[in-house]
Design a binder for this molecule. Structure first.
Ligand code: MLT
Length: 330
């Protein structure tokens, strides 16, 4: 049995180890050193903000530093691939969402299987998307915005976090519904994309509500609709897509955490327990409420719930994405 360098050093240091199959499970208490959460989008975006919010609380539960590392590019695929290839020891966690851990499986020639090569840690929760524009767009409601997009087609720019990201595939979905084309401008996350929207350098983002809410409230961007059939408690003035004239344009962007396949079950259980404690923390839940985020009910924060949800979402979205012929260079 070939030992990895880390395994050999542990053995050389006399750390107790018991072979479990071909993988050594270290008896020492996990975690014994810092944990890295890989966020596959740029700092300051919704994924980054959510990961840091949870990571800070998980740090106190696990009593080890929880470091968020932004590994960006290719709609999140670069970061997820990094995590999937990491040592299966619980010290590298893959943070992602519907786009990175489902949609990208129908777009990119991945070097691993999204549904099999990552072990679910837990389903966190999520938020709907907001259709938002720079304030200079001459539309005062969703119907006028759609008319403006159709009248300007290729000159209209949608800011995205790259092909396959939530902000991208929702744009593909919108354009399939209204029968028009537009130009996508990829960023390393919707944090940088939002900066350009506020500056007026890009026209529209279909963005996670948690990312757009602060700018909408400050009047720096304009919101037209929320992609669900009930108004957000945090934003009661924003109509639903059904009220605004685009019934059924429903997307709820959920997020979760995963670890590489082969990570010991007791390690996954510890990570899930720390995630659940963070999701029960009043300070975390207050921040969720302010941003329009909803935590999953406790009974759906389990690894099994994430595995089932991820599979169901792949069954739902892959046929549409493949039929749309979305390509990585798109
Ligand atoms: C997305 O559009 O997939 C995400 O909102 C990107 C991000 O979290 O930065």
């Amino acid at each position: 049995m070939r030992l990895s360098r880390r395994t050999f050093l542990h053995l050389a240091a006399g750390t107790a180890a018991c072979p479990v199959g071909s993988r050594l499970v270290f008896a020492q208490t996990y975690p014994s050193r810092p944990i890295t959460i890989i966020v596959p989008f740029a700092a300051g975006g919704p994924s980054d903000v959510l990961a840091r919010l949870l990571g800070e609380r998980m740090r106190t539960v696990l009593n080890q530093p929880v470091i968020v590392e932004n590994a960006t590019g290719a709609g999140g695929t670069i970061g997820v691939t990094r995590a999937a290839r990491a040592e299966a020891d619980g010290y590298t966690v893959s943070f992602g969402h519907l786009g990175t851990h489902v949609i990208n499986g129908a777009i990119y020639p991945l070097t691993f299987n999204l549904l099999d090569d990552l072990e679910p840690v837990g389903l966190i929760g999520g938020n709907p998307l907001l259709v938002v524009s720079k304030t200079a767009v001459p539309a005062k409601n969703l119907k006028e915005l759609i008319a403006w997009i159709k009248a300007n087609e290729e000159n209209v720019t949608f800011g995205t976090a790259g092909v396959g990201s939530g902000s991208h595939f929702s744009g593909v979905y919108l354009q399939s519904l209204i029968g028009t084309k537009a130009r996508y401008v990829p960023y390393r996350g919707t944090g940088p994309a939002m900066q350009d929207l506020v500056a007026g350098n890009v026209d529209i983002i279909i963005d996670q509500a948690s990312n757009s809410m602060p700018q909408v409230q400050d009047g720096k961007i304009r919101a037209y609709a929320v992609t669900q059939n009930k108004r957000m408690t945090a934003a009661p003035d924003i109509p639903t897509v059904d009220e605004a004239g685009l019934p059924g344009f429903h997307i709820w962007l959920w997020s979760g955490m995963w670890v590489p396949k082969g990570t010991p079950q007791d390690v996954i259980a510890k990570l899930n327990s720390a995630m659940r404690e963070a999701l029960a923390d009043p300070t975390v839940l207050k921040r969720f409420g302010d941003l329009g985020l909803e935590a999953m009910p406790a009974n759906r924060q389990t690894p099994e719930a994430l595995r089932a949800h991820q599979k169901a979402e792949a069954d739902k979205w892959w046929p549409m994405i493949k039929a749309a012929g979305v390509k990585p260079a798109g």
